[in-house]
Each structure stands twice: as C-alpha cells, then as structure tokens.
Design a protein around this ligand. Structure first.
Ligand code: C2E
Ligand code: CA
Ligand code: CA
Length: 546
C-alpha cells in the first residue's frame, strides 16, 4: 500500500506558536514577579504555557517549557541569593517535579489522542476497495496545491468494463485486476500521488510535466491494455478511459477541477479506450444536457413528440413485413435533438417510462388506423431494461393490449444488446415470459455488447438486428465471414436476422448473398411520418431496388 505524502504544518504557523508561547510565559511571570505570588493562585498560571506546549509538541515540547519555567521560578523565588535558594530547595524541587510531571502526562495524553484522531481520519480517507487515499484526502490536497498557486495536471482513469467483468468472475479476481491496474499506474508514471474515486476510477496528480509529454505517456499507458491482460490465468480485455485537465495556477475550486477531468473522461463511445483532454465545449454539452432534461418533462404535454416509422423489408418474401417505431422531438424555436441524445437523458432522469407509454399508446392508434385501411403492419418498439424489469410497467402494457384487442404478435420489443451483457437472471426470465406470450424479442445493436456469443447462447430472442457498424465494413472479407457464421447460427436455432443501417445497393446485394432475412436502412427508406409510411407500403415494389 502506497500513500501520498502527508504534509506538516507550515513554518509560519510553527513560528507563531513559539512567539505566542514565549509572550505568554513572559506575561505570566511578570504578573507572578510583581505580585510576589509564586505560592498562591497566580503561581498556578504557569501551567497554562506548559499545557499549551504539551498540546502543540507533546511530551517533548511540554518538558522543555516546564524546564524553562522551573528555572525562571527558581530565580523569582530565590532572587540572586544563594541562601534563599537553599531555604526554598524543597519548594523549588517540588515545583519542578510537578511542572515536569504535568508536562509529561499531559503531553503523553495529547499525543495518544492525536494519534487516535489521525487514525480515525486516515481510515475515512482510505478507500476500502483499493487501499489508496480517497476523495476525503484528494480534495484537501488539491485545495492546498491551488492555494500555493502550483501548476499541475489531474489525470482521471476509469476501467469502464470492470463492473461487467466482475459479474463473471470471483471477487478476488476483480481485486487482483484492480491491484494489477494500480501497480501498472505506479510503474508507468513513476508517481505515487494516486487516489481512488471508486473501485474502478482513479485520479493521479502530476506536476513537473509538459502537456504533450504527459498526453503521450497516458496514451502509451492506455495502449498497454489493447491486448488482453493475464490475471490468475484468465485473460481480460480492460477498457480504459482517461481524462486530463490542467490547473494553470488560476483560482479554481478543487471540486470544479475534479468535475472537469471527470467530464473529460466521460466523453466518447463507452466501449472505446481513449484519452480525452478537457475542453470548454464539454461544459456547453453539460448546459445542453441540463436544458434538455428540464424541458423533457413538458414535451409530452406540449405535443412536441411525434413518431416516425422505418420500413423493414423481407428479402425472401420481397415485401415490407414490419417497421421500427422511432421518436422525434420538435422543439419550437430550438435546434432539433436526436433521440440517441434525449432518450439517454430521459433514461437517466427517470422519464423514459412516461415517454414509452406515450409511444405505445400513439403507435397503437396508428396501427389501428392502418388496419382500418387494410394495412396489417408489425411494429417494433425500443424498450429499456429498466422498463422491462418494472412489473407495473409490464402490467400497464398488458392492459393496453387487452383493452384494445391487440394481439401481441403484432409488436416486437427491441432491447439493445449492451444491457443484456449484464448477467441479469430476472431480465432473462422476463424476456422468456414475454416471448411465451407472443411478443417478438429483438436484440438491437447486435455485436456491440460485451459478449455476443453469450447473447446467442443464453438470451431468449426471435430476431437479431446486426448493428450498422458491421454493415459499414461489409467490404472486408473477415466481416463477411463472421456475419455469415452469425446468420447461419441464428437460423439454426430458429431466429431471424435483420441488417440495420443498409445504405447502398452493394451492401444489400452482399447481405442477400449472406442469406440475411430482412433489411432496414436508408437504401429502402428513411424513417417516415405515419401517413408517408402508409403510402410507401402501399406503393412498395422491391423490383425498384433489385
Ligand atoms: P436504433 O434503435 O439503433 O435505431 C436505428 C437508428 O438508425 C435510427 O436513428 C435510424 O434513423 C437510423 N438509421 C436507420 N437506417 C439508417 C441508415 O441507413 N443510415 C444511417 N446513418 N442511419 C440509419 P434515430 O431515429 O436517430 O434513433 C437513434 C437511436 O435512438 C435509436 O437507435 C434508439 O436507440 C433511440 N431511439 C429512437 N427512437 C426511440 C424510441 O422511440 N424509444 C427509445 N427507447 N429509443 C429510441
Ligand atoms: Ca432499435
Ligand atoms: Ca439499432
């Protein structure tokens, strides 16, 4: 276990204490001298500086002051006469003994008490996960550096996928991964000013480095984790995010600097190891976040949401067999914001269930409207894991379907693969139950999760939606080979494969050859308003695209 340095009191405070003590001693002894009251109550005043010195510097300080006061008292009692000294030897000896004993005992008690206090405050300042100092220590340290106008960098590290990994392995292995990571930081940066924020988040204070050199060093560090690391004979791929922020000796609060570096490390795709340097544009994004979260709650009442539908074309049946419901948010007088941004925020602030209820009710009306006009069209709705796990939400959806006499088979539930990577027994149970009731379970963004093989093997599903990431790389033979295997595997267990984000005829042709079942993408159509979608379906002829 390596701790950051604990700093002592500054020189000025020490000097102040010494001067204060000397002045107290002089004042007290002048009073005693002029009143001639060394035996009476005034004589006891000498205990004040003795106790004070014991408090400041424990036994040592107390004994020194007690000795000095003993000598002064000796002079006051006996003046310059040797006879007076001999006559009062018993009184003097007794007094010296009392002074020294009090100094020693009080100093001893103060020292023990200080050690005890320090032990308590140290235990509050140490993370029990990592044995490193935590934020209780970090913030005072930062405050001190800022007060001294020191220039320094804060570097934030986060092992993004530690929580996911810890679900698959013994907790001791997780501990070993953390210790391995900490040791790597020490050896790479040759710096022990490391603090732990959580068990997977760390902060390093770096002085005496130029920005470029430090950035290069951090990138080299992150690159060490590109290859899997061997811990306890298991191989782990750690995803490392890093952020860097600089204190340029301006007056800034420690918490502000901390937030900056944290925001920096929170940028980018969550499964990508990368270093992010703090930029003021991140603050603008935060402001936008706050603005979105505060106006989201009124969006439903203000009728600002609408739904669009993207057709999904069955290659073999040569027709549109279903559609994906996608939400749009029109904010009068303000820039448009895509659902990938505001849905994430709605999930974070707990508004998603309200929004999904609105989506389900509205899409049901559209479904009934098309039905009346002889268009039977399946719809798939995007649902978060939280919603699926919420019993009251599922009951609400069941009632909605029952009340409207809608058959579950007409609706698909899209759930992103990333949330399925979490080893969630209850979620699996809920998916199985929904599947049994007739809903189609669709795994969205397939291939972006932590363990796609596990998804195919363990998660109940009817449809797999291959993420656009792979469709964009179809020209690569390796990607085609992998996709071909995935498609065959899904077919063998009775599932269907949809390719998402298909934009060109070439991609369409390749997917057809790979035996993919259905296509969704701009090549056929962008998401359309309900009316435009209806017209598109009525007039659809696949020959236009072949
Ligand atoms: P997603 O579920 O993966 O939806 C597909 C996204 O890809 C849609 O973006 C769609 O417009 C876009 N897309 C489809 N084909 C193409 C293509 O050929 N090229 C390109 N470049 N893009 C294509 P959109 O509508 O912006 O939605 C983004 C994400 O927001 C969705 O990703 C989904 O995660 C979320 N989202 C959208 N609508 C809803 C909703 O109603 N509820 C929930 N919970 N999430 C939604
Ligand atoms: Ca989707
Ligand atoms: Ca998707």
């Amino acid at each position: 276990m390596k701790y950051a340095n604990i700093k002592d009191n500054s020189f000025i405070i020490k000097l102040f204490k010494i001067i204060f003590l000397i002045l107290t001693c002089i004042l007290i002894n002048l009073i005693i001298f002029f009143l001639g009251d060394h035996k009476g109550p005034w004589g006891q005043l000498n205990f004040i500086p003795i106790i004070l010195a014991s408090y400041y510097w424990n036994e040592k300080g107390g004994l020194i002051v007690a000795l000095i006061l003993s000598i002064i008292n000796c002079i006051i009692i006996s003046g310059s006469s040797v006879n007076a000294f001999i006559n009062n030897i018993t009184t003097i000896s007794f007094k010296v003994l009392i002074y020294l004993s009090i100094a020693y005992i009080v100093g001893f008690i103060f020292r023990k008490n200080k050690n005890y206090q320090q032990l308590i405050s140290e235990s509050y300042s140490i993370s029990h996960f990592t044995n490193l100092y935590n934020t209780n220590k970090l913030f005072p340290e930062l405050d001190e550096l800022i007060l001294k106008n020191e220039k320094f960098y804060l570097v934030f590290f986060s092992i993004i996928n530690l929580e996911e990994i810890s679900k698959y392995v013994d907790f001791r292995i997780t501990d070993n991964i953390i210790n391995y990571f900490i040791d790597k930081i020490y050896s790479h940066f040759k710096n022990e000013n490391l603090y732990s924020i959580n068990n997977n988040e760390f902060i390093l204070i770096v002085k005496e480095k130029d920005s470029q050199g430090l950035e290069e060093l951090i990138k080299q560090f992150i690159n060490k984790f590109i290859k899997s690391v061997n811990i306890n004979d298991y191989y782990f791929k750690l995803i490392i995010k890093a952020g860097i922020a600089f204190n340029d000796a301006k007056k800034i609060k420690a918490t502000e600097l901390f937030n900056k570096v944290r925001i920096a490390a929170d940028q980018g795709k969550f499964y990508e190891s990368k270093l992010y340097k703090y930029d003021t544009k991140f603050d603008k994004e935060r402001k936008l976040y706050n603005e979105i979260s505060s106006s989201l709650s009124n969006a439903i009442n203000n009728n600002e949401f609408s739904l669009v539908y993207q057709p999904i074309v069955d290659i073999k049946e040569k027709k549109i067999t279903s559609s994906e419901i996608l939400i749009r948010w029109y904010r009068p007088g303000k820039e448009e914001i895509g659902p990938s941004i505001f849905i994430k925020i709605a999930e974070e602030i707990g508004l998603i269930k309200l929004i999904t209820k609105w989506i389900a009710t509205t899409s049901l009306k559209n479904y009934q409207d098309w039905q009346k006009r002889d268009l039977e069209m399946k719809q798939s709705i995007n649902i978060s894991a939280d919603e699926l796990l919420d019993d009251s939400f599922r009951d609400w959806a069941t009632n909605l379907f029952n009340d409207n006499n809608i058959c579950c088979e007409s609706f698909g539930i899209e759930i992103t693969e990333r949330v399925l990577s979490k080893d969630n027994v209850k979620l699996n149970k809920v998916l199985k139950e929904l599947q049994t009731r007739g809903y189609l379970i669709e795994i969205d963004d397939f291939g972006t999760g932590y363990n796609s093989l596990k998804t195919i093997g363990e998660i109940p599903f009817d449809v797999i939606k291959i993420d656009k990431y792979f469709i964009d790389k179809l020209e690569k033979k390796e990607i085609r080979v992998i996709l071909s295997h995935i498609i065959n595997a899904v077919h063998e267990i009775g599932g269907i494969v949809i390719a998402e984000g298909v934009e060109t005829k070439e991609q369409f042709k390749i997917l057809q050859k790979l035996n993919c079942d259905k296509i969704q993408g701009f090549y056929f159509s962008k998401p359309l308003s309900p009316e435009n979608f209806y017209n598109y379906c009525i007039n659809f002829n696949i020959n236009t695209y072949l």
